[in-house]
Design a protein around this ligand. Structure first.
Ligand code: PBG
Length: 325
């Protein structure tokens, strides 16, 4: 009697057409969200040294990038602002005429159908680079909440579809929801960076956003990489406070966390494929050590397979371009 297998998995791997027919996870441009960095001025395009292909742009140039993103079918943009002046209280973050507020107004006027998400944090706006008001060398949680709420309300007033708090202060989702509702912005959604780890993979971003803390680190606010049960508590808490969507960040080292947050909450889960993850692939590819486009696609596919509905990715544009042709 032959014990030769009747199930031959390789049958479906023989040609690209067969592989495609049996592929479980396919990434498309609509799954991706493109981060954009707004700076003052006009006609400004400044490459970020540590992130090939990423630039700081003035609002007019940012509009061009957003236009291209929309045309390529990318799922939306995530805006960060780098102000001219920073101060102790991060006032540039909640200035009605601030850098992000102005960019959002322009985007929503010119491209109303584009999904516009704004990052809500103070670290790009404070002189010390911490995510809130400092007291005795640490971020004062409760004193920071009203400022974050003001940031979110000014973004909503400018027309942001979604505000995304990335500061990791306790209670900020509730504070944002309350302020948004009180301001008449009950339709503005909150994408909470519910699960954000104190990660070494944010290095290049801090270069792009000029937001590295001048002293200390963010470990008193961001999560310890060893924890996943705590991630579920964070996610549930943010849902209870009114989060509409949840973010897990970084992505590649936390695929199990993405999966579990998705299973546990059933809420839309975004994953932030962060700057260091992008830069690692780019750097190795530049040296000819790996095939960049394939490695990027494999990473994005893994993040989607783990359960992320949307992936924030610096590679979104290159990926979408390669699909457009
Ligand atoms: C904080 C913020 C950070 C990132 C997004 N929002 C940096 C941090 O917490 O230090 C990192 C994103 C990335 O590395 O790509 N506003």
């Amino acid at each position: 009697m032959s014990i030769f297998p009747t199930y031959r998995p390789r049958r479906l791997r023989r040609t690209e057409a067969l592989r495609s027919a049996s592929r479980e996870t396919v990434v498309s441009p609509a799954d991706l969200i493109l981060p954009l960095f707004a700076v003052p001025g006009t006609g400004v395009r400044r490459p970020v040294g540590s992130m090939a292909g990423v630039e700081q742009t003035s609002a007019d140039e940012l509009l061009r990038d957003a236009e291209e993103a929309l045309r390529l079918g990318i799922g939306g943009v995530l805006l960060f602002g780098i102000p001219e002046h920073k101060d102790e209280l991060g006032t540039g973050g909640y200035d009605e005429d601030g850098i992000v507020q102005r960019a959002v107004r322009l985007l929503k006027r010119e491209l109303p159908e584009l999904l516009v998400i704004t990052d809500v944090c103070l670290c790009e706006y404070t002189s010390h680079g911490h995510c809130g008001i400092l007291r005795a060398g640490d971020v004062d949680n409760d004193a920071t909440l009203p400022l974050l709420a003001r940031v979110a309300a000014t973004h909503a007033a400018a027309g942001a579809d979604v505000v995304a708090p990335s500061d990791m202060m306790d209670g900020r989702v509730g504070a944002l929801r309350k302020a948004l509702d009180a301001g008449g912005f009950e339709q503005t959604a909150i994408l909470s960076y519910a699960v954000k780890y104190a990660s070494a993979f944010y290095g290049p971003f801090r270069d792009a956003a000029e937001s590295a803390p001048s002293e200390g680190d963010r470990r008193s606010a961001q999560m310890d990489p060893g924890n996943v049960r705590e991630a579920l508590r964070e996610a549930r808490q943010d849902v209870a406070e009114g989060a509409d969507m949840l973010m897990v960040k970084p992505a590649l080292s936390y695929l199990d966390v993405i999966h579990r947050v998705k299973e546990d909450t059933g809420y839309p889960v975004f994953a932030y494929h962060v700057s260091g993850e992008y830069a690692m692939i780019e750097a190795a590819a530049q040296r000819g050590w790996i095939d960049g486009p394939r490695a990027h696609e494999e990473a994005l596919t893994s993040i989607r397979r783990a359960g992320a509905d949307r992936v924030v990715s610096y590679y979104a544009r290159q990926f979408a371009r390669s699909r457009a042709r």
